[in-house]
Design a protein around this ligand. Structure first.
Ligand SMILES: NC(=O)C1=CN([C@@H]2O[C@H](COP(=O)(O)OP(=O)(O)OC[C@H]3O[C@@H](n4cnc5c(N)ncnc54)[C@H](OP(=O)(O)O)[C@@H]3O)[C@@H](O)[C@H]2O)C=CC1
Ligand SMILES: Nc1nc(=O)c2c([nH]1)NC[C@@H]1CN(c3ccc(C(=O)N[C@@H](CCC(=O)O)C(=O)O)cc3)C=[N+]21
Length: 284
């Protein structure tokens, strides 16, 4: 079988147009969605993502504020900046780019963001709401995966989904969203015995590991749908996912590439969450 390549870039463009329309409508009611991004330190990859987010905000007619802080910034300084943004009526979304330097407590920072402005969907209150199926901000990468599948006409109900990776920002919430849509979910991680026994059973296989070419054709059932979340650099410095694309795409029915797969959807869902927050702020 030769897999259909799910074009994340194209689907993201379509979604962004819809968001831009809604932004226009909100602006005509006097509200311009505003996103604040906090970047601590000078990590090159983080800077690239943050620049991308700023650019997309501008493209969609939203306001964006970039707050840069030096690597040595104290936890207290960061927390007071967040508090200031929590109070700022022009700001509807706050994103603190992760990872943070080791001297800053990530949990404390995430919990200091107002749940109403937590457009990453990382606050424990919002994670609880996601688990119980209430209205909330869904974490952008997992949400982006669900939209990619929906736009590709793939139904999730009853499917066996195997998620490799259990981070708080990708693996865990991805499994939860699939469960919410009535899939049967298996989580695998670094302590899983006989990984392949599990991955070979997947109707939908999600790879969120962070190791280039980790998932090979051997891991994949014929006709499976393969979602590659990984953003890695190979030895040649080229961007690549967690899936050995060339061999797996000969066996899968659908596959997402890297780049132009899940990545562009992550940013798009961040824009969607910021728009949603701005729209909801009117009624608060
Ligand atoms: N496309 C996008 O928008 C985004 C992409 N990413 C990318 O996705 C990838 C994963 O990110 P993230 O979840 O933050 O990464 P983490 O490093 O936080 O998590 C990696 C997960 O993979 C598991 N793992 C590691 N080695 C193995 C192994 N040998 N066998 C099975 N499981 C293993 C770990 O298990 P354990 O828990 O046991 O340690 C862990 O749960 C990265 O490449 C990252 O860059 C991340 C965010 C957004
Ligand atoms: N608080 C927080 N929220 C995040 O959402 C967050 C974070 N911290 N830290 C880092 C990860 C990573 N992440 C990506 C977003 C977009 C692409 C993306 O657009 N990738 C393009 C390629 C970009 C390139 O060329 O480098 C693609 O896959 O086509 C990738 C990765 C968000 N993250």
């Amino acid at each position: 079988m030769t897999a259909v390549i799910i074009n994340g870039k194209e689907i993201a463009e379509k979604k962004k147009q819809e968001i831009a329309e809604e932004v226009k409508r909100l602006k005509s009611q006097g509200v311009t969605p505003g996103l604040a991004v906090i970047l601590v330190g000078n990590n090159h990859a983080s800077r690239t993502y943050v620049t991308n987010k700023q650019k997309t905000c501008q493209e969609l007619g939203m306001n964006s504020v970039l707050i840069e802080m030096p690597e040595e910034v104290s936890e207290n300084e960061l927390l007071s900046k967040i508090e200031e943004l929590n109070q700022d009526p022009q700001i509807h979304g706050i994103l603190v780019q992760l990872p943070l330097p080791a001297h800053i407590n990530e949990t404390k920072v995430i919990e200091s963001i107002s749940p109403d402005k937590d457009v990453d969907g990382f606050h424990p209150i919002n994670i609880g709401r996601m688990m119980t199926g209430q209205n909330t901000f869904l974490p952008c990468t997992p949400y982006g995966i669900m939209v990619l599948l929906e736009e590709s006409g793939i139904s999730v109900e009853g499917k066996h989904v195997v998620v490799v990776g259990r981070s708080n920002i990708v693996g865990k919430p991805a499994g939860q969203l699939f469960l919410n849509q009535h899939a049967t979910v298996t989580y695998c991680h670094s302590r899983t015995k006989d990984l392949m026994v599990h991955t070979k059973q997947a109707d939908i296989l999600v790879a969120a590991v962070g190791i280039p070419n980790f998932i090979t054709a051997e891991h994949v059932k014929e006709g499976a749908i393969v979602i590659d979340v990984g953003i890695n650099r190979n030895e040649a410095g080229k961007l690549c996912g967690d899936v050995a694309f060339d061999e797996v795409s000969k066996k899968a029915s659908f596959i997402t590439p890297v780049p132009k797969g899940v990545g562009p959807m992550t940013i798009t869902m961040l824009m969607y969450n910021t728009l949603k927050s701005a729209a909801e702020s009117i009624n608060r």
